[in-house]
Design a protein around this ligand. Sequence first.
Ligand code: ZN
Length: 277
Amino acid sequence: MTDITPQPLDEDAAWAAFDARDRNADGRFIVAVKTTGIYCRPSCAARRPRREHVRFLDSPQTARAEGFRGCLRCLPDTVTRDRQAVAAAIALIEAAEAPPSLEALAAQVDYAPHHFHRLFKRATGVTPAAYARARRTARAAQALAAEPSITAALYEAGYAAPSRFYADSDQRLGMAPGQWRRGGEGVNVVWTIVGSPMGSVLVAMTERGLARIAFEENEQALVRSLPAAAIGPADDATRDHIAEIVAATEVPDPLLPEPARRIAFIEAVSQALLGTD
Ligand SMILES: [Zn+2]
């Protein structure tokens, strides 16, 4: 299982998160209530005790070692386990040649498929299948530039069927694979960079889909990847539309590994831009 190290604890921030029942704080710390002897996750729905009756502890283990019992309402022990299962599934997807099925993933992290699907989506903002597809498309884009043929690139990226590859590439490369290999020859690309809580996001679009979407501060990598395309800045309306979608996209669980959070966020934005899921 992937190790998830908790952040150091700021008492005022911890109280604010607890007071607001902030779900993002779950798994970061545990709230132990001295008067009841019970510990909760920060988002527990139970009534808030007075601040002087509360202790913030780093983990359920610490709380138990100090004699507290887990709350039966918010089940604080399950938070860490859920996160670890999502992180483990991400590692499995990254290591797999082709996208694993939901059933296979869930079985490997010991959850029921339906429950795990919800859990994964809540933590990352995308489904396990969408996450896996995002990885495969990224591999395909790279392979198309490097491999001697489209067939070789398709194989390299883990596609089982050419039809799927072509369907994906239209939206996810913004052009046909052959055009992509020729550096975007004959393709018009507009790009913009908008802010997000996780950093600047470059979005480059064609009439057919997304030519590039990544955490980038300038268009240099875009220009390098599509040297033959006609590339220009997006108009204000397009830019505003993209900025709105990025702003409306939920940030993945802060305790998941950073590369996975970035992949998931980009995938969630891509889906919203393309109107797919
Ligand atoms: Zn509770």
